[in-house]
Design a protein around this ligand. Sequence first.
Ligand code: SF4
Ligand code: SF4
Length: 189
Amino acid sequence: MQRQLAFYVDAERCIGCFTCAMACKNQYHQENGVVWRMVHDLKAEIYPHRERAFYSLACNHCENPTCLNVCPVKAYYKRDKDGIVVHEQEKCIGCGNCIRSCPYGAPKYNPVGKHAEKCSFCWQRVDAGLLPACVQSCPVSALRMVDLADLDETGLVRFPPGFPKFPALNPSVRFRAPKLPTFIRRDEA
Ligand code: SF4
Ligand code: SF4
């Protein structure tokens, strides 16, 4: 398999602290209201327990990125060497095709720059041998960078409950599902 970098979202570990989302903001200083990474609190219908569970999500750097396919000015490209999907803001004309076509809501419209933008997997950091800012910042290692070509771990899920299932895009993200809370009966305490 060709090298494909991916985010590993460990919902068993994530404590929903938003540090990853803040690290992304701190790295790129997006305009107010423009968010590339968001921490999603799983709804009670998906995770019906009093302890909460979270998915930290951004662009999935899909194997078949629809954003790239619908862009009329080729502002997107997918890197051969690691599969990162890069958006070139300076080429973008802000038509919104990618924003409408991505079922994961990853590209966002920047009303000041009048262009789309999204998570870049911090490719400049990766090329310098560093981790993406979000991954580096997580205090509990709930967000990791992995290469799908050599990811060999059992129990991972591609489309957990609450994550939109679009296998045709083959999103480059893997999940460890949240664990069920431990119930302690009064007479056992
Ligand atoms: S998640 Fe959306 S923006 Fe990211 S690569 Fe896939 S289709 Fe493109
Ligand atoms: S920094 Fe880690 S623990 Fe905090 S919300 Fe992000 S993934 Fe979860």
